[in-house]
Design a binder for this molecule. Structure first.
Ligand code: 2IT
Length: 446
């Protein structure tokens, strides 16, 4: 395989799909060496097949807002790869959603899901619907209209959506309600991230953030370091940021920053239960601003138009959106002495930022390894649904621990360089790729 040739071909076929092309390039550059010693992969054109989604559903979603005006949005579901199991991945509601964004997310999901140790293929979906400022009734009508189009293409053994940015328990509830009505199927396994009284799994809301911190703990232990007493800067204040902040605090770290599109909150005293609970209130308000946190807690300060990366910290955890930490941000963090960065958002760092961290020799791990605890716990939710039982929080948490340990071990196995530095990007990409490639090879040309 020649990465440049494949990328040139993709750029010609999909001009301007920048996030998608960025995600593919990162994976291909990581796996090139390994791929080239497997002529059977080359012969079966595994890479050429793997970089294109199996299929994309595009649909119109029309709904009526609270003023009685008719609104039309675009909806998508991208079924990317089913080599190791049914399609699985979240749904994103955000005004910037487009096919490039969802293709990058579906591609990443394929490798992430392979790392979880569970049998799940990769998918992603979403809409350019902007939840900011919408009423609960508007959210419900939109979710219902979205599912009206999607229901026929998903199912517990075919494709199992979940939440992502802009889609949490409330939205999953509205979508599930409409799914049942349309499909006349009452199998809870069609969606994950459900409420606790109707098939949801304990620990699923916390799982992305908790899993990320379990991964970071392993990374630090391997490097002979501890999270106790470390300062942590987190971007975002939604479900993922909340889970990460909660577990980091529990493990003895001090979460000194959270952020939103409006700026950063500097929180030198760290988090406590009241502050963590308030993050959920802020998220549920649908206003997408973090400033009120500093009004409620006077020991915190709001700094407008600044990112979390402007705060001096030991550990940086992007928890919001792709490419939210760029080369300049990485330089600022490094100058301030940051010694660990872990992507909790998908592709949270730009290639320039990743190169800066790796060149500086600090600990760095990519989203598809760090945040895989979310989808892994979705997989555990599917298992419980299929068995018609529910496990205790302790049981789910213990399985999540085991999965994150396995993912860390796979990264170390494939990512340890001759000089001893662990390239977690390479490790995660090769480990995920090998599993999907082997499955595709054994299933023939389909
Ligand atoms: O990016 C992700 O892994 C998610 N949004 C969770 C997907 C899932 O199916 O739980």
């Amino acid at each position: 395989m020649k990465v440049q040739t494949i990328m040139a071909d993709l750029e010609r076929k999909h001009p301007g799909e920048n996030e998608y092309l960025q995600a593919v390039r990162e994976v291909l550059e990581s796996i090139e060496e390994v791929y080239n010693i497997h002529p059977e992969f080359e012969k079966a054109k595994i890479v050429e097949r793997m970089v294109e989604p199996d299929r994309i559903f595009t649909f119109r979603v029309t709904w009526v807002d609270d003023r009685g005006e008719i609104q039309t949005n675009l909806g998508y579901r991208i079924q990317f790869n089913s080599a190791i199991g049914p399609y699985k991945g979240g749904i994103r509601f955000h005004k910037a959603v487009n096919p490039s964004m969802l293709k990058f997310l579906g591609f990443e999901q394929t490798f992430k899901n392979a790392l979880t140790t569970l049998p799940m293929g990769g998918a992603k979906g979403g809409s350019d619907f902007d939840p900011v400022g919408k009423s609960d009734a508007e959210i419900m009508r939109f979710c219902q209209a979205f599912m009206w189009e999607l229901w026929n293409n998903i199912g517990p053994d075919t494709d199992v959506p979940a939440g992502d940015v802009g889609v949490g328990g409330r939205e999953i509830g509205y979508m599930y309600g409409m799914y049942k009505k349309l499909a006349r199927e009452y199998n809870t396994g069609v969606l994950t991230g459900k409420g606790m009284t109707w098939g949801g799994s304990l620990i699923r809301p916390e799982a992305t953030g908790f899993g990320a911190l379990y991964f970071v703990e392993h990374m630090l232990a391997k490097a002979g370091k501890s999270i106790k007493g470390a300062t942590v800067a987190i971007s975002g204040f939604g479900n993922v940021a909340w889970g990460a902040a909660t577990k980091a605090t529990e493990l003895g770290a001090k979460v000194i920053a959270i952020s939103g599109p409006d700026g950063v909150v500097y929180n030198p005293e760290g988090m406590n239960k009241e502050k963590l609970d308030y993050m959920l209130v802020l998220r549920a308000s649908n206003q997408n601003v973090v400033a009120p946190f500093a009004e409620k807690f006077p020991d915190a300060t709001f700094i407008p138009a600044k990112k979390a990366w402007s705060i001096k910290c030991d550990i940086a955890l992007p928890c919001a959106f792709q490419n939210e930490l760029n080369g300049d941000d990485a330089a600022e963090l490094l100058a301030n002495g940051t010694w660990c960065a872990a992507e909790v958002s998908n592709m949270g760092c730009t290639p320039e930022a990743i190169a800066a961290f790796q060149n500086a020799g600090i600990l760095f791990a990519p989203g598809k390894a760090v945040n895989a605890g979310g989808v892994a716990t979705s997989g555990l939710e599917m298992t419980q649904n299929a068995m018609h039982i529910s496990w205790s929080a302790a049981e789910v948490d213990q399985k999540l621990h085991y999965i994150m340990e396995s993912i860390h071990a796979a990264c170390v196995k494939y990512g340890t360089q001759e000089d001893g530095y662990i390239n977690y990007v390479k490790g995660a990409n090769i480990a995920g790729f090998m599993k999907v490639a082997q499955a595709m090879l054994e299933q023939g040309i389909v």
